[in-house]
Design a protein around this ligand. Sequence first.
Ligand code: NAD
Length: 492
Amino acid sequence: MTQPLPEGGTTVRGEIWIDGGWREASGGRYDVEDPATGRVIGRAGAASVADVDAAARAARRAFDDGRWSGLPARERSRVLLRAAALLRDRAEDFARAESADVGKPITFARIIDVPNSADQLEYFATLVATSEGAVRETPLPVHAYTRREPHGVVGAISPFNFPLILSTSKLGPALAAGNTVVHKPAPQTPLSAQLLAELFADAGLPDGVYNLVTGPGPELGDALVRHDAVDAIAFTGSTSVGRAVARTAGDLLKPVAAELGGNAANIVFADADLDAAIGTIINAFAFNTGQFCMAGPRLLVERPVYETVLAILSEAVGQVPLGSPRDEGTLIGPLISGAHRDRVDAHVRDAVAAGARLVAGGERLDLDGGYFYAPTVLADVAQDAVVVQEEVFGPVLTVQPFDTEEEAIALANGTPYGLAAGLQTTSIARAHRVAARLQAGIVWVNDWGLLDAAVPFGGVKASGWGRESGPEALASYTHVKSVLVALKDGAR
Ligand code: NAD
């Protein structure tokens, strides 16, 4: 039985979406929680491996008969543009869904998650409509050209922290390129994907082109990666699960995009505009309650301004409005679950026990039964501390001093991850010099977290490979076929 969300606007569906319609999941239903209250807001369909099989076969049929891949690119583009327009029309439903599922402040869901997701669909719809193959000049007596062709069925696996954006950033390019999709969102956050299923149908996406299975992550995810009807995998999630996905996909020789964890350094040079930098620093580590793969939870501060920055932060972080995500003034909501809050808290306790100086926060906050945690600043942490080396995925900032540019670069690059990095400086020369040496897929200078559908995003090292957004993402959902047509009749 579905139940209304606390504020209305949408409901959790108890079924899964296969071949253009809702059907009962063979595993029954499971509870979906609102992290801001700990209350169950509805029961989603608990798919089984048999349901993954049904979804993959539906997607296979839809691909093989050409109902989508056989359409001219401009026709696919029109469907995706209609989907984007519907997403903008239904923005408030999507924002509420995202806020209720993730505990995301409604203000951010409205101004970031929903518009960015519509942008993704529009960008790839527009890009594919103007995409071209190439003619290759060759001394051979042939006319040689290339075609970009879809992989076939894409298994899309997305995480809990940005359910909508990280769905459309896969679905936009995958569908634009002509693939069909089986989507498995994180079990905690099925809502926006459920809304997307109906939205795509309303936009005119043929049945079977988008299929949605919700339920237990490891079982469904693994079944999807292994399924013989699935040709390629688009995965976003933690490094540990990403490794397992990449191992399986590698064994089966399926292309896999692995967008994994991060643990970025934010370098503040003494010449930075500190007034501007403080807001950037707080945004970088506390946005989305730190559940932000491209967060900047490692602050490196040049020694002359180290204590000044700490003093400002100790005052400022406690003033960021924290509370109910449904309150329009809230900028920090809860963590996704009680278990995750326990993990974050354990990281903080262990760091303090190992000698870190607690400058702010460091406590659970009991508000309305939700999983809130105070934004936390830990100074004087060692580079080899667990809290520096591992992704905490909470509102926790570690702060370390440095003396030279060389040292800052070494500290920034000195973890297994390589998703994002940033630096705050007024020196243009330093900005370019340091940006070039940071091991990361994206670098922000005097800002943090800005993304756009046109700008590639992804990691290096343990942050994975593959790029979302930009022409690179569209290309990754295709393979190149070369066609050589003999220019003379008869045998050679
Ligand atoms: P997760 O790795 O626990 O889960 C990600 C997805 O994988 C979920 O849908 C989950 O159900 C599924 N899954 C779980 N086990 C699986 C298995 N054995 N095989 C296949 N799929 C499986 O991650 P999460 O907790 O949902 O999200 C947080 C993580 O995602 C963080 O590490 C964060 O850095 C990362 N992330 C990365 C990016 C990026 O673009 N690089 C973006 C957002 C989040």
